[in-house]
Design a protein around this ligand. Sequence first.
Ligand code: SF4
Ligand code: SF4
Ligand code: SF4
Length: 153
Amino acid sequence: MKNTKDVDEQKLLIRPPYYNDIDAFGRECQECDGLCATSCQEQIIVITEDKTPILNLSKSGCTYCDDCATVCESEVLSTEYKKQIDAEIVISKNNCMSWEGVMCFSCKDPCLEDAIDFQAMFMPTINQEKCTSCGFCISRCPSLAIKIKEFNV
Ligand code: SF4
Ligand code: SF4
Ligand code: SF4
């Protein structure tokens, strides 16, 4: 299992889930107009100052639709390299209302994988075996209790 580290949202460098060579972003994306970001219907791809794409999961999530990889002409992103997003999604017990005894299922509904387990209707945790790190639950949490842990790469 990969190690993870907590990071501030602003510092997250989560790439679209279709790359093979992490260094290819620095080599190829500077010549591109950010086609991947334009293609993303969920609008979760942000082009950073160094002209490379990262994911912002604070408002929506990834459907793994392949569009960003399909439009990438330099094959930095390719459907051939499709994988799970390089991040772990976790619920912070300190911030979660349900862990404080308030009934809330806001994160459960958008999860198509049924990856959020409740114990007797409270105390939700994310089942990492089922979670695809899509991020759709993150923006639904009224108390901002769902956090992203970036993998050490
Ligand atoms: S489409 Fe490909 S080359 Fe262009 S910014 Fe996105 S990843 Fe980089
Ligand atoms: S797979 Fe689809 S939803 Fe996910 S980042 Fe790429 S274009 Fe956006
Ligand atoms: S990130 Fe995981 S828990 Fe959240 S909606 Fe996606 S699959 Fe479900």
